[in-house]
Each structure stands twice: as C-alpha cells, then as structure tokens.
Design a protein around this ligand. Structure first.
Ligand SMILES: N[C@@H](CCC(=O)N[C@@H](CS)C(=O)NCC(=O)O)C(=O)O
Length: 210
C-alpha cells in the first residue's frame, strides 16, 4: 500500500499509528508540501484535493485521515477490532471524537497557529481563547473515561494523540488540563507508534515563528 505523507503532519501521523496498531506495512512515500510536490499532475491524478495523508491500496485511492483509519481497520483489522468495535454505540462515540478532533479541536488550533507561520501574523489572543474552549471540551470528555472513547485504546485516541502532540511540539502547554494531562501521559507512552508520532511532531517546531 502506497502512503503519501510527511512526518510533521498530524493527520499523517494518526494513520501511521493506526497501521502500526494493525501490524500493516505501508510503502511510505514522502510528499514535500513545502516544495509543492502535492500540486504536481501525477499526484493530482491520485488525489485532486491534493492533501496528505493519501493512501493507495491496490489502485484504490483514499484521503482524509480518519476515513483512512476506519478503512484500514475495517479491511485489515480483526472482527470487532477494539480499535473500532462494531457495537453501534461504541462506534458512534469514537466517530464523535474523530469529528470533534477534525472540526473543532484541530480547527481551533489551526485558526490560531496557521496565520502565524503562513502569513507571519502575530499570535492573536482572541483566537487562542477560542482554541482553549476546545481544549476545555476535550478535558471534559477525558474526565469521563480512561481513554478518549471508553476503557480501551481506539482510533479516537490515535487521532487525538497526533493533534495534542502537535500542540505540545509548538509549545502549547496542556498540563493545566487535568484530564488531558493524565490521558496524554498514558497514550504518549503506550500507543502503538507513539515514538514515530512524537519524532514527527517535533518537526512542527520548524514552523514556530522566530
Ligand atoms: N482533514 C484532512 C486534512 C488534510 C490536510 O489538510 N493535510 C495538509 C497537511 S497536514 C495538506 O495536505 N495540505 C496541503 C493542501 O491542502 O494543499 C485529513 O485529516 O486528512
């Protein structure tokens, strides 16, 4: 399976951790966004939306990290795999966390951080406050269970771990959020592929404005 990615990208890292958890070997292909490789015709043929991560499984191309994660478990995981169990309620909770991670938490971070490195704008305290509201939500979710969506590690933890590692790498302190801090210490040590995730997250430091 070809996997187009960059280590610093949080969505790419969550797929890498999923593959690791499932014991899948990916044929990793670095795609350098900073050099515009994602806009070349050969990549646009695979993914017209030109985003990474992108997976190509025997001619079947898929992008959107959380869709890739779910595909990998459904195609290559165990029956009723604990990463994404078949019980509709358990699955629904995992999906809720995945959509929250994409549309609220990471979006809140991106709204605050991206203008600083993309447009060289100063940090906006109002946008930071809005981002903190999303961290409060995550803290509340994590006060209810050991892992992000119940008593065991699921895809929700892998996606959220990739995001929170990115925050830590760019010096956003989550230690004041009691439940995030407890959960983060746990998954950062124990999630499959956590080391590779952290090594990639550290590359985000290159984007911190000087
Ligand atoms: N929601 C998408 C986000 C993908 C995304 O925006 N990836 C960035 C890198 S982290 C990218 O490919 N940017 C290049 C572009 O959008 O042209 C996912 O989770 O896969």
């Amino acid at each position: 399976m070809d996997f187009y990615y960059l280590p610093l990208s949080a969505p790419c890292r969550s797929v890498l951790m999923t593959a690791k958890a499932l014991g899948i070997e990916l044929n990793k292909k670095l795609l350098n966004l900073f050099e515009g490789e994602h806009l070349k015709p050969e990549f646009l043929k695979i993914n017209p939306q030109h985003t990474i991560p992108t997976l190509v499984d025997n001619g079947f191309a898929l992008w959107e990290s959380r869709a890739i994660m779910v595909y990998l478990v459904e195609k290559y995981g165990k029956q009723d795999d604990p990463l994404y169990p078949s019980c509709p309620k358990k699955r629904a909770l995992i999906n809720q966390r995945l959509y929250f991670d994409m549309g609220t938490l990471y979006q809140g971070f991106a709204n605050y951080f991206y203008p600083q490195f993309k447009e060289k704008k100063p940090a906006d305290p109002e946008l930071f406050k809005k981002f903190e509201v999303t961290l409060d939500f995550l803290n509340t979710f994590l006060s209810e269970s050991k892992y992000a969506a119940g008593d065991s590690l699921t895809l929700a933890d892998l996606a959220l771990l990739a995001s929170v590692s990115t925050f830590e790498a760019v010096n956003i302190d989550v230690s004041k959020y009691e439940h995030i801090a407890r959960w983060y210490a746990l998954v950062k040590e124990t999630a499959p592929g956590a080391d590779e995730n952290w090594a990639g997250a550290l590359e985000m430091k290159t984007l911190i404005p000087k």
